[in-house]
Design a protein around this ligand. Structure first.
Ligand SMILES: [Zn+2]
Length: 426
């Protein structure tokens, strides 16, 4: 990046700092639009207009379920595809030496703000306080989308033009399963590498676990609570199954090693999220339903994870005469998300590490993450190696009083701009 003085790390830093007020106002504007699922269109219009203003080729791709239904990664999130527009911008390469094309990706859908009483301000305030912008979606991940856009703007101010194509896609529906990113993949949007600008606190995350949603129904036999011995409690019948699932979770983590995960006990957890059973306090419960998520380890297929959980439940049931005769029913529903991995020594990781070091003076952490994101779709279904990397702390995402520091976003602009120069060439 220092080969070309117009886009040295110093000039990128100076220009990014100059853009701070404009960047702040833009991010506030995005946060103030409640882009809940199926209501993403207004925020996408602003992003498309901004990208057109930068002179990029901008295309909008509408998510239509009938065009995605045959795809193995399609996950119907139940939202009518009425206003679900994805924005893809291209800064065409002028030709010349570069490692290849690059896609910067982010999502604009946000999760519900939850109870507004838990927020200091309105969840959509976009207020700037103590150098932080507050509001649902600020951290996850309008900050990342903003960082990608302003990295382009900073480089344009410096007179830079990429040798290879630079793409930026702003998609919908990441939180509800990824049909936005999948729309761009089915439409043929490709690059030689992708950076998904999710909040990673400046860590490079080339590996992510997957997650499979399941429902388990356990049958009992009802009786008056005063005649307990006549009935079979579905709640009591579930307890050994629960213990077997917990033991499986522990065993799976003990048997798996991956040095990029900072916590080896929390990589792809199996977790029960809801439990419903019984009808009445004085009736022996005749059925119980639990719903949970079953993690998928990097390198493991969803089918392998499903088989293991099913076998564990079947084994626990076989040990109980009632359950042996009345086997629990296991269903897989809604989100079925694969894991994915890009090698930690991939040139993208190396180039991004160098760009991060130029800005921060130290190497970034390289970590696997236990949660899912659109990255899996790009890596597994578009053949694009990629990482998560972006401003903001994921622990603030999905929580009340979500916020992101403006300096974090400006730093991300500098790093991403440095990566663009190094990867797309001059
Ligand atoms: Zn996100």
């Amino acid at each position: 990046m220092t080969r070309n003085p117009i886009c040295s790390s110093e000039s990128i830093a100076r220009t990014s700092n100059d853009l701070r007020p404009e960047l702040t106002a833009f991010l506030q504007q995005l946060v103030r639009i409640p882009s809940l699922p199926n209501r993403e269109a207004p925020v996408q219009e602003i992003i498309a207009a901004k990208l057109r203003g930068l002179g990029l080729e901008v295309e909008t791709l509408t998510t239509r379920f009938d065009e995605l239904a045959g795809h193995p990664a399609f996950d119907d999130d139940g939202f009518a595809p009425d206003s679900r527009v994805n924005v893809v911008a291209r800064w065409p390469g002028k030709g010349g030496d570069g490692r290849g094309s690059l896609l910067l990706n982010g999502h604009v859908d946000v999760v519900s703000p939850g109870d507004p009483a838990l927020w200091h301000d309105d969840p959509w305030s976009g207020n700037l306080r103590d150098g932080r912008i507050f509001g649902r979606g600020s951290c996850d991940m309008k900050a990342g989308v903003t960082a990608g856009i302003f990295a382009i703007q900073a480089l344009q101010r410096l007179g830079y033009r990429p040798a290879c194509d630079l793409l930026l896609s702003s998609v919908i529906a990441e939180e509800s399963g990824g049909v936005g990113a999948l729309t761009t993949i089915v439409a043929g949007v490709r690059a030689d590498a992708v950076v998904v600008l999710e909040p990673t606190n400046g860590a490079i995350c080339p590996v992510q676990a997957g997650a499979l949603t399941f429902r388990l129904t356990v049958q009992g036999r009802s009786a008056h609570g005063a005649m307990k011995s006549e009935g079979v409690s579905a709640i009591a019948a579930f307890l050994p199954i629960f213990q077997a699932i917990e033991a499986l979770d522990l065993r799976r983590h003990q048997n798996y090693t991956n040095p990029v995960y900072p916590n080896p006990a929390n990589i792809a957890p199996i977790s029960i999220g809801t439990i419903h059973g019984g009808e009445w306090h004085s009736t022996v419960p005749e059925s119980l339903t639990v719903e949970g998520r079953c993690g998928v380890f990097p390198g493991e297929s969803p089918a392998q994870a499903r088989t293991l959980l099913a076998a564990t439940i079947a084994e626990a049931a076989a040990a109980d005469p009632w359950l042996a005769a009345h086997p629990p029913r296991l269903e897989w529903f809604e989100g079925q998300f694969e894991s994915c991995a890009t090698p930690v020594d991939h040139p993208l990781v190396t180039a991004l590490t160098a760009a991060h070091r130029q800005v921060h003076g130290v190497d970034p952490a390289i970590e696997g993450v236990p949660y899912g994101a659109d990255l899996r779709l790009f890596v597994n279904h578009a053949g694009m190696p990629g990482v998560l990397y972006g401003p903001g702390d994921v622990r603030l995402a999905h929580a009340a009083n979500e916020s992101v520091g403006v300096e974090e976003v400006v730093d991300a602009v500098k790093v991403v701009a440095g990566l663009i120069v190094a990867w797309c060439g001059v």
